[in-house]
Design a protein around this ligand. Structure first.
Ligand code: GRF
Length: 192
């Protein structure tokens, strides 16, 4: 990945669908001097994503796209990304699957955070699957996005212990706390 030269930060878009706690955390990280990226655009597939409030709060441009006609929408998004000179994309709780065509336009420049120890538990309901399987560990992973769901090269991973009295809510909370540390660390790792 290209090294940082001078003070210019890499213009980044964050894609969300929900609460946006990772988004908020990334925004805070990008305000620090050490951050190699700046967040210049927030994209959501739904106006119900409460994380969009962070766009208002931190005065970041936001756009909502209805993904029903994915080919058309992706073309529109690509145009916008080009216009806004976005060079890097962070998926943060984004619930739509980007097409091969889209991903190829940003080779090695799209990353995602996933709430499991990949390659275990790709897809949804990771925590309930871990609990139901009586796993001893859970965790989170930041990885590059490729054409296969949750299958790109792993950048960083954090493992945590599942305690006997953990339930879905407590596990989700504990993993999310680690996600908030892992995502910035993964970005630092990529660009340094
Ligand atoms: C996180 O657990 C993330 O790993 C997963 O979706 C959740 C999004 O949470 N992909 P938030 O919207 O960032 O709070």
């Amino acid at each position: 990945m290209e090294k940082l030269t001078g003070l210019k930060k890499i213009k980044t878009a964050v894609f969300i669908s929900g609460t946006g706690s990772n988004l908020k955390n990334l925004i805070k990280f990008t305000k620090t001097k050490k951050s190699p990226i700046s967040i210049d655009l927030i994209i959501s597939n739904t106006n119900k994503a409460t994380g969009l409030n962070f766009a208002n709060q931190f005065k970041i441009k936001k756009k909502i796209f209805n993904f029903r006609k994915i080919k058309i929408i992706e073309k529109k998004i690509l145009k916008l990304l080009e216009k806004d000179e976005i060079k890097f994309i962070c998926l943060a709780g984004f619930m739509k699957i980007l097409s091969k065509v889209f991903i190829k336009k940003f080779p090695g420049k799209i990353i995602n955070i996933h709430p499991s120890l990949l390659p275990k538990y790709k897809g949804l309901n990771t925590h309930s699957r871990a609990i139901n399987n009586k796993d001893k560990f859970a965790g989170c992973t930041v990885h590059f996005v490729n054409e296969k769901l949750d299958s790109g090269k792993i950048i960083l991973q954090k493992k945590i212990k599942i305690k006997i009295n953990d339930n879905l809510a407590s596990l989700k909370k504990k993993v999310l706390k680690q996600e908030h540390k892992l995502y910035p660390a993964a970005i630092m790792k990529i660009f340094n």
